[in-house]
Design a protein around this ligand. Structure first.
Ligand code: SDX
Length: 433
């Protein structure tokens, strides 16, 4: 990681005093005004609920230009990685900063493959859940429980233990996710197969049954692999920030990733793919779209177009373009000619993108808008959509967690507040209240 370059200082005038604040420039993108010493010198905090103007860290993993709709992973455009690469080499890139050569790729892929099985005892966690438990509830519980099995890789200060814990998480998350699906539908767990690629192995563990030999469709495996790439990392989003904050206290990596899964579950974040498909189903037909567009624009109605809008992208989410193309490929491969949900989605996008409200607020489809249609066509229930998001994002969380631990300036994250509560008052005995 190159160190930030200093830029001309910023000057702040507050309470009759002037404060000179350092400005740091990165390799691309906005520079930052360093306010870390502001409280010490001024007795004042900065205030930025939702962190719309706050950089929480330095990072060299992912760069997003929201205005231009650009997403780079270690400098490589997401479109190129999705079209020309594969998920395993994207994992290596996110973890190590460079695309692997052949030897590096083989060693990494072999290491991941040899860690895909989970401890047999882990199966017992699933039977503690009701069969109709949401698979994300199972993911939070089981991933958090991994720290009870891998005491040899929870010392975050040991680089070797961080490496094995990172590889275990990347390798085992598909197995844990597939087991959550199998448990949910009442079928027996399927073991990973070492002769299959990462994505094909996941589809095998989800859709194979002991009673017949089923081959994984290579087109669907390629589509799954590309969907994993699109979801792998995305700068300091809510769940990644959760992982970093949990990790800043020294919590073990399994607990941190479980915290990230919990945050991702929310419908404003990773839960949007499930919510977007439910929304398309609720709309049901093209002629009902205007009714929902009206609701989305009504300030008094909490309804929002799920899969639309983004904190950073004020342009088309570049992942949504690739997702849209993949959606058509999957539907074509499966011979699904006229999917009513896709018809509604495409007409909804067309109408929304020409509506002044969405244009003025720069609301475009995001990664979650087309992913649900694709995953449903592949045979996944809507409750599994965010599980797949968490599966793919695990490598991003792990990469960001490692970067934070290795940052010498890293310290525990502890925001302050603007206090608006009661000032000092003395206790009143209950008989006098
Ligand atoms: C992901 O951060 C990441 O990188 C996340 C992610 C990743 O890869 O990690 O990209 C994954 O979470 C994608 C986003 C998935 N969420 C959804 O699709 C849910 C629907 N979208 C919204 O809830 C919303 O757009 C957010 C949460 C995504 C962004 O919220 P912000 O940045 O806080 O923006 P906002 O809520 O302040 O909205 C700005 C305005 C508001 O109107 P005003 O108050 O200015 O009048 O736009 C409106 C909002 O009411 N608005 C919407 C809308 N999204 C925002 N109006 C209707 N439908 C929507 N979808």
């Amino acid at each position: 990681m190159s160190e930030p370059k200093d830029a001309p200082a910023a000057k702040l005038e507050s309470g009759g005093n002037d404060y000179n604040l350092n400005v740091h420039g990165g390799s691309i993108g906005p520079s930052v005004i360093d306010v870390s010493g502001l409280y010490g010198s001024s007795g004042q905090f900065t205030y930025d609920p939702g962190f719309t103007s706050t950089a929480s860290c330095k990072s060299s993993i992912t760069y997003i230009d929201g205005e231009e709709g650009i997403l780079l992973h270690r400098g490589y455009p997401i479109e190129q990685l999705a079209e020309k690469g594969n998920f395993i080499e994207t994992c290596y890139l996110l973890m190590h900063g460079e695309l692997p050569n052949n030897d590096e790729l083989q060693e990494f892929e072999q290491a991941i493959t040899m860690h895909t099985m989970v401890h047999e005892q882990l199966q017992k966690f699933y039977s503690g859940f009701r069969r109709d438990a949401h698979p994300m509830a199972i993911m939070v519980g089981v991933v958090g429980a991994l720290s009870a099995f891998y005491h040899d890789s929870t010392d975050i200060n040991d680089p070797d233990q961080r490496k094995i814990a990172s590889r275990r998480l990347i390798a085992k998350i598909p197995t844990i996710a597939a087991m959550a699906y199998k448990y949910h539908i009442g079928q027996p767990f399927a073991y990973p197969q070492n002769n299959l690629s990462y994505a094909a192995n996941f589809l095998h563990m989800c859709f194979s049954v002991p009673s017949e030999q089923r081959e994984v469709n290579p087109i669907l495996a390629r589509a799954m692999d590309r969907i994993f790439i699109l979801h792998a990392d995305h700068e300091q989003n809510a769940s990644t920030s959760t992982v970093r904050l949990a990790g800043s206290s020294g919590a073990n990596p399994f607990a941190c990733i479980a915290a990230g899964i919990a945050c991702l579950w929310g419908p404003a974040h990773g839960g949007a793919n499930e919510a977007a498909l439910d929304m398309l189903a609720e709309i049901g037909s093209v002629d009902r779209i205007p009714e929902f567009i009206k609701r989305a624009k009504d300030k008094n109605d909490p309804f929002r177009l799920m899969g639309f809008g983004h904190r950073v992208y004020k342009n088309y989410d570049p992942r949504a373009r690739v997702m849209h193309k993949t959606c058509h490929e999957v539907l074509g491969e499966l011979g699904i000619k006229d999917d009513p949900l896709l018809d509604v989605a495409m007409e909804l996008e067309r109408i929304a993108l020409s509506d002044d409200y969405f244009i003025e607020k720069k609301l475009y489809p995001n990664i979650d808008f087309y992913s649900g249609i694709t995953l449903k066509a592949m045979g996944f229930p809507t409750t599994m959509f965010t599980v797949l998001f968490a599966l793919a994002r695990t490598v991003g969380w792990v990469s960001q967690w490692n970067e934070m631990i290795e940052d010498p300036s890293q310290r525990i994250g502890r925001p302050r507040q603007l206090y608006i509560g009661a000032t000092h008052r003395d206790y009143v005995p209950v008989e006098k209240r």
